[in-house]
Ligand binder design. Structure first.
Ligand code: PLP
Length: 456
């Protein structure tokens, strides 16, 4: 019996993928130095490296692309995008950017002074970078449960109000320009924030005169979890839920490459007129005119359309439940994964998958490489290699040593998910035979992108 929602689309265009042999994949992984970032995409059968910018656009989006108005100023596609954001998110002003980090750059520059603190429910790499580059200090205020890979909690992305209170008591509210509230929390595994928590954060922030900006990258997936899990929301539309979520914030940064269903683009949305004027001054310098901000007219047209497609319930249900389907198959086979399964990815717990490897034999990197050899499935290491070295040159040893299987939106079928699950299960049955890796090349920073390895 089928226990998953079927695809709410039919396939009009296909992109053939190469079916490689195990011998070909062994050759490719050696060429790539056992680093999945260095594998050529053409040699990949199912690409689960990321859900960012890997979405399949709809026929309506491709149709909109042909109606790009590439005027330098005042493109009609900007006004379409502005109306879509105003209607679905409910913010007054929209500043388009080339992707999410462009919006983070502008927001951080207009809001943060040296010596400020920016609390957030776990960090994201580029978000924290821009906060700290402007003299702010990121403070993690996510609930403790988010750091425990086995703790099953329906809203594991929630903010701990007691942690906010402690921060205010310690540094003073005037040193906190805004709270950065991510929906969902990427680095916790795509875990959602409850509406009740957003309301409590808003009450707290209002009391202390602190603003709230959402990192709304996966806000539609967050809204889906609220509809399914939070009392009182089962009969509300996704649009109403998103509008309510955003009503507790002063604005948001958005990576269109995730929940706007496009391959490139982003925006900053705001309600405050003074902040909008400042944002427009900066967007001209870093991105482009306030009516295109680093995007072509056609890209804004596709994003305007994608914003409406993303709040369509059958789309969202299929998207999130497809991820859960993969997670459920792995759980049923006894594979150690992060719980509960989040909105965009399933994370394998490599420490428990390969317990015979020490962490400095790189269990997650090893597992990602072997999954590719086994099946042509590409995944990403999120463990000791990504964590890098400390100021003394020693490895940082993160608690979590994970392999991320990130599902692109509308790209793969349930049969593809079965291929992934079968491959992971096959590897698990022969896990004792898997040897670890050692470096043959290591870059001084962001080593995970370019590092090369050999088998021990
Ligand atoms: C991807 C992402 C960003 C940055 O967006 P880009 O479009 O990649 O610049 C910010 N926050 C989160 C949580 C993300 O996943």
């Amino acid at each position: 019996m089928r226990n998953y929602p079927p695809e709410p689309f039919r396939i009009k265009v296909v992109e053939p993928v190469k079916m490689t042999s195990q011998a070909e994949r062994e050759e490719e992984i050696i060429r790539a130095g056992y680093n999945t970032f260095l594998i050529q995409s053409e040699q990949v059968y199912i690409d689960l490296l990321t859900d960012s910018g890997t979405t399949a656009m709809s026929d309506a989006q491709w149709g909109a692309m042909m109606q790009g108005d590439e005027a330098y100023a005042g493109s009609k596609n900007f006004y379409q995008l502005e109306r879509a954001v105003q209607e679905v998110y409910g913010f007054k002003y929209v500043v388009p950017t080339h992707q999410g980090r462009g919006a983070e750059n502008i927001l951080s520059r207009i809001m943060i002074k040296p010596g400020d603190y920016v609390p957030g429910n776990m960090y994201f790499t580029t978000t924290r970078y821009h906060q700290e580059a402007n003299g702010g200090k990121f403070v993690d205020v996510v609930i403790d449960e988010a750091h425990d890979s086995q703790f099953d909690h329906p809203f594991k992305g929630n903010i701990d109000i007691a942690k906010l209170e402690m921060l205010v008591a310690e540094v003073g509210a005037e040193k906190i320009p805004y709270i950065c509230l991510a929906t969902t929390v990427n680095l916790a595994g795509g875990q959602p924030v409850s509406m009740q928590n957003m309301r409590e954060v808003k009450d707290f922030a209002a009391k202390h005169g602190i603003k709230i900006f959402q990192d709304a990258t996966r806000c539609m997936e967050n809204a889906y979890f609220i509809k399914k899990r939070e009392p009182g929301y089962g009969n509300k539309s996704i649009k109403d839920i998103v509008r309510e979520m955003m009503s507790y914030a002063d604005g948001c940064t958005m990576s269109g490459k995730k929940d706007c269903l496009v391959n490139i683009g982003g925006f900053l949305a705001l309600n405050d007129t003074d902040l909008y004027v400042k944002a427009c001054e900066l967007v001209v310098v870093f991105e482009g005119m306030p009516s295109y901000g680093g995007m072509a007219g056609r890209d804004m047209a596709a994003m305007a359309r994608g914003i409406f497609e993303a709040i369509d319930y059958p789309y969202l249900e299929h998207r999130v439940e497809q991820v859960r389907y993969l997670g459920d198959r792995l759980i049923a086979a006894g594979i150690p994964i992060v719980l509960p399964v989040g909105g965009h990815a399933v994370y394998l717990d490599a420490k428990r998958f390969l317990p015979h490897l020490a962490q400095d034999e790189f269990p997650a990197q090893t597992l990602a490489a072997h999954l590719y050899i086994e099946s042509g499935v590409r995944s990403m290491e999120r463990g000791i290699i990504s964590a890098g070295r400390d100021e003394n040159g020693n490895h940082r040893y993160p608690k979590l040593e994970l392999v991320r299987l990130t599902i692109p939106r509308r790209v793969y079928t349930y049969a593809h998910m079965d291929v992934v699950a079968d491959a992971v299960i096959a590897l698990y049955t022969k896990r004792e035979t898997i040897r670890g890796l050692r470096f043959t090349y290591e870059a001084p920073s962001l080593r995970f992108f370019t590092a090369r390895f050999e088998l021990i």
